[in-house]
Design a protein around this ligand. Structure first.
Ligand code: FAD
Length: 417
């Protein structure tokens, strides 16, 4: 028996969402494929997506509408979405025993609410195509000669193939295996890597009182980002208090702008706790509560209005004597309270790090990648897919859809003879 390494048609580095899709598609097209991952199982990050439920994609079937959510870089995705878009992603999983459902915000989840089912569907895809999976294989770099990649360096023998697809992900949640090594290899071989930073990440604030509210999730609130007193952006939806600040879908989505503006001025977040009510309507509502609880102290009159965890901080911020009778609160004091409810102010001091970031912003410069093939413009047999690319979307399934689309197209292109 020969102990020399087999030479594959396609070697895929990274067995995450993008790598599994790329390897599966290349194998489906008849290529002999090897998939390398450092972990002892595939799709480790996939397993923790959507709090273990995996928000597979976003039910937006119009590609023009969809790409707008990826910002300036969105157009890059048009060819890959045309080959494998939202409809195809849903059909792929439903066809592999993973029925899906659409939830609030057009978020698509498996009916089972189990991210493991999504991962296992991809594993079955790999098995069906006969992909050779090498787990516990730490890639150390890539070799090249002129404009061709010649091998993947590992602790053992180098792995060689005709074509290579790099899907080593970003550098967020490094414990899942994605620690940004791929970016270093790319820089070494002359690819541009656009500045990396944590994306979709919780925001840290100055106010200490948030600790008292940690764990509190506010469902239908409106959060506005201000820079030097000017409103920049507003989001409506769910926010979550943490011991250092704010998280939750709308905060994660705002974090991109926060990151861009952080060093350019004073940033504040204002939470409108009652966005459905105007100032006057809310004032009426508070008056009614004060009337209802007229014999209670002010501190005990807010139970209908606010979640328990916010009552104490709001009392302190209002400056109203907690022991004052509710029916003795003055009009000016009440207006102060209403202003707080319509704009609870928090001062931004920074973002959390990669350990808490859902994605990594930045990555391989898209100018150096052909969007019709996902091929490198510098190396004739190198392709990319997934988070390693300089493109990202908001929460809601956009980032995984990007992995399915670019992974599929990279697998398709690399398997073309
Ligand atoms: C907590 C959390 C929740 C999320 N929830 C959602 C969600 O619900 N919906 C959504 O759309 N997106 C979600 N995301 C984002 C989404 O998970 C990523 O965009 C996606 O996983 C990126 O896939 P990828 O294949 O590009 O990279 P990864 O999934 O990071 O895979 C890269 C793989 O490469 C391997 N690798 C890296 N370096 C090496 C090396 N040197 N040698 C060998 N192998 C290596 C890693 O082990 C890893 O398995 C979430 C992210 C996080 C962190």
């Amino acid at each position: 028996m020969s102990n020399s390494n087999p030479r594959f048609d396609v070697a895929v580095i990274g067995g995450g969402a993008a790598g599994m899709m790329a390897a599966g598609r290349a194998a489906e097209r008849g290529a002999s494929v090897v998939l390398l991952d450092k972990n002892n199982q595939l799709g480790v990050k996939l397993l923790i997506t959507g709090k273990g439920r995996c928000n597979i994609t976003q039910a937006e079937f119009d590609n023009q509408q969809l790409i707008e959510q990826y910002g300036r870089q969105g157009r890059f995705l048009l060819p890959s979405l045309s080959s494998f878009g939202v409809r195809e992603a849903i059909n792929f999983f439903e066809g592999s025993r993973v029925p899906v459902k659409i939830e609030r915000g057009q978020r698509v989840f498996p009916v089972s609410d189990r991210a493991a089912d999504v991962r296992n569907a991809l594993v079955r895809y790999l098995e069906k195509g006969g992909v050779t999976v090498r787990l516990n294989t730490v890639v150390q770099g890539i070799n090249h000669q002129e404009d061709r990649i010649t091998a993947v360096k590992t602790a053992g023998k180098p792995i060689t193939a005709e074509k290579y697809i790099l899907c080593s992900g970003g550098q967020s949640y490094p414990a899942t295996g994605s620690d940004g090594q791929g970016f270093a290899w790319l820089r070494e071989i002359g690819h541009q890597v656009i500045s990396l930073r944590p994306g979709l990440v919780p925001v840290r604030v100055k106010e200490d009182w948030v600790k008292d509210a940690q764990g509190l999730s506010l469902k239908n609130v409106e959060v506005s980002l201000y820079k030097d007193g000017h409103k920049i952006e507003t989001r409506f939806g769910e926010a979550l208090f943490t011991h250092f600040g704010l998280s939750g879908p709308i905060i994660l989505d705002l974090s991109k702008r926060v990151g861009e503006l952080l060093s350019s001025g004073k940033l504040q977040l204002f939470i409108d706790l009652k966005p459905a009510l105007s100032f006057e309507q809310l004032d009426d509502r508070v008056q009614r509560d004060f009337l209802k609880y007229r014999n209670r102290e002010f501190k005990n009159s807010l139970t209908d209005l606010l979640p328990r965890a916010l009552i104490q901080p709001l009392i302190e911020l209002s400056g109203i004597m907690p022991e004052k009778q509710a029916n003795s609160v003055s009009r000016a004091e009440r207006h102060r309270l209403v202003r707080l409810l319509k704009g609870l102010e928090l001062t931004v001091i920074g973002l959390s790090g990669y350990d808490k970031a859902i994605i990594t912003c930045g990555g391989v410069d898209l100018k150096e990648v052909n969007p019709r093939t996902m091929g490198s413009r510098l190396y004739s047999n190198l392709y990319f897919a997934g988070e390693i690319l300089d493109i990202d979307g908001p929460t809601g399934g956009y980032n995984l859809q990007m992995c399915w689309s670019t992974g599929f197209l990279a697998g398709e292109s690399a398997s073309a003879s």
